[in-house]
Design a protein around this ligand. Structure first.
Ligand SMILES: [Zn+2]
Ligand SMILES: [Zn+2]
Length: 348
């Protein structure tokens, strides 16, 4: 099958506030690698940090929220065939203390699985280790399946929050991850969800999903570190990455409540440790996925419980439209997940 593949493919190369479409060689496969033709790849907040905020290494090729079709397999691959529909998965060794504890994204051998330099899926093809792929369930559209990665991120935050039906949960920031957290909480029966978001479009999306919404100025912390607000939350999932939201979130917790930091930002927050001590609050970070995160996400998506028509923007964009989409997302003009279509079969 490999002989039918083109020698080169279009890729979107990140620069400082620029994205250029260039041709690059199609990746070569090691024995346990699989080559996947990208069908869809979502634009992530981290992609915005790399391009718009300048965190990234210029010349890199981003995109990690993808789905696609197996186009070729390495000589030792037995579990995948050309034509299989797949999404990415978790790179972990499976044997270190964190993998054994069910926390694969803390794997000490992470990044050693697979071969070659990492290249993202804003490209014609991606190369993956055969163990880091998940099959798209029958009946689930590959376009919707491209939400599996960010949904797995959202589910990990929910796991770490301990949120249960019957509890009050606050989500700060209704960008793509915040809205996936909101939708997943509601789908799992956590019905008392409040979303704090400054942007009107994103607040409307949160309301359409079924959450109560407030603007951030409503989140006023009590004066004394020992006091708790009148209607406190059992858990807060902070998805904006903004220092002010992180600080406000802490002040909204019930005693022994949990703050999960999902969104990454540049400016550090200032927390009053006395509030954490006197109320025995839990503050934790959430990085990537549960061990079964992709399977759980695909199951939730295949079950049709998430309003994916609201969560994904109607208009997909070609590689050449990536920068515009990033600018729109950064400005808050776009509320849902933007899908970039793979350039091999889809021509703009
Ligand atoms: Zn992402
Ligand atoms: Zn490991």
């Amino acid at each position: 099958m490999i002989s039918q593949l083109p020698a080169t493919m279009p890729v979107a190369v990140f620069g400082r506030r620029s994205v250029t479409v260039e041709d690059r060689p199609v990746p070569a496969l090691e024995p346990h690698d699989v080559l996947v033709e990208v069908g869809h790849c979502g634009v992530c907040g981290s992609d915005l940090h790399f391009v718009i905020d300048g965190w990234g290494r210029p010349g890199s090729i981003g995109g990690h929220e993808w789905s696609g079709v197996v186009a070729a397999v390495g000589s030792e691959v037995t579990r995948w065939r050309v034509g299989d529909q797949v999404v990415g998965g978790i790179h972990s060794c499976g044997s270190c203390r964190y993998c054994r504890a069910g926390r694969p994204t803390l794997c000490t051998g992470r990044g050693r699985v697979g071969s070659g330099e990492w290249q993202g899926a804003f490209a014609g093809y991606v190369r993956e280790h055969e163990q880091a792929l998940n099959r798209i369930p029958d009946g689930l559209s590959p376009r919707v399946a491209a939400l599996a990665e960010p949904l797995a991120v959202a589910l990990h935050g929910i796991t770490l929050s301990g949120a249960q039906p019957g509890q009050r949960v606050l989500v700060t920031g209704a960008g793509p991850i915040g809205s996936l957290v909101t939708a997943a909480l509601l789908a799992r029966g956590v019905t008392d969800v409040t979303v704090s978001e400054p942007g009107e479009r994103r607040r409307r999306l949160a309301a359409d999903l079924g959450a109560s919404t407030v603007t951030p100025d409503h989140l006023v912390a009590p004066d004394w570190p020992s006091s708790v607000v009148e209607e406190p939350f059992d858990a807060v999932l902070e998805c904006s990455g903004r220092a002010s939201a992180m600080e406000a979130a802490l002040g909204q917790l019930v005693q022994a409540g949990t703050l999960v930091l999902v969104g990454a930002g540049i400016d550090p927050p200032r927390f009053d440790p006395n509030r954490i001590i006197l109320n025995e609050l839990v503050v934790t970070g959430s990085f990537c996925y549960d061990a079964d995160g992709f399977a759980d996400a695909l199951e939730l998506l295949a079950g049709g419980l998430l309003p994916t028509d609201l969560l994904i923007e109607d208009d997909d964009v070609p590689l050449s439209g990536l920068l515009d989409a990033m600018e729109g997302l950064a400005a808050g003009d776009i509320a849902g997940k933007v899908m970039v279509v793979g350039p091999i079969r889809h021509h703009p």
